[in-house]
Design a protein around this ligand. Sequence first.
Ligand code: SF4
Length: 328
Amino acid sequence: MRDFAYARPTRPLEAVELVARDTDASFMAGGTDLLNLMKDGAENHGLVVDISRLPLADVEVTGGRLRIGSMARMADVALHPVVRKSVPVLSQALLAGASPQIRNMATIGGNLLQRTRCWYFRGADFACNKREPGTGCAALEGRNRWHAILGGGDHCIAVHPSDLAVALRALDATVHTLGPDGARVISMADFHREPGDTPHVENALRHGELITAVEVALPAAGTRQRYLKVRDRASFEFAVVSVAAVVHMNGRRVDSARLAFGGIATRPWRSAELEAELRNGPLTQDTIARCGELLVRDARPRQDNEFKVELVQRALQDVLGRFSGGSR
Ligand code: SF4
């Protein structure tokens, strides 16, 4: 690993200024992903700015909105009483992610920025447009069981690995930042990017821009919520497919439905068509089956991951089927 300088500022603006003026600098929060990336050679930085001590770890409710500081630890947010009671899909997604040890260190902001688990990205000997733009993509003809069936292309098919991001996408969260040009708010829909022909650009942040918080509107009482993660082993593994559902029902009819999917796409995935199909109708097995078909209509599976096309439909069926049966 390359030598690097280290700084630990105490104020957010100080951290922003340190990174903004050095193109070779990176923020580090819990360090659970960045240090591995640096050891693997997938990232190299001359300056690491440790932001873990910044006063950005509060979790608070104001005016029906939940605001979670970016330095809050995954474990603390998952077990927060308001999160467990009012936003269980968020708590479930956090507890499904990583191991207890990592959840005690990793932060909310860092989790949103964790990088893909594509093994070619993390192995410096392979062609990878995300690690080195223009070199190619070893996954296209290589081992791609874990890769995307939606949102990819000819330059990159890596899946975004965050469970938290999938739940936040279903909740229509906003990401709050502080950068060299001041503060701004980015919707989760605009935060993560599809690779296009620039797979190394993964999100809407500018260099030196720091995530300060995420916010969600608390769902109305009675809203059904669930995060289902299908993975190869229950102890500690990334999603093969996942579903985050936030659905409000009036009897057996759906008032509103927000569904996001992980493990199948290059970013946390939503389908406006699927949600429109559900809205204002009864939640029947036929409706659920049509939704599954809409979800995968444009899927482009590769040689090792065609099974995801059926698996994600079955996961959706499981989640919505329980709602139609009246259990929460
Ligand atoms: Fe790199 Fe993306 Fe291809 Fe993986 S899928 S090798 S991250 S370009």
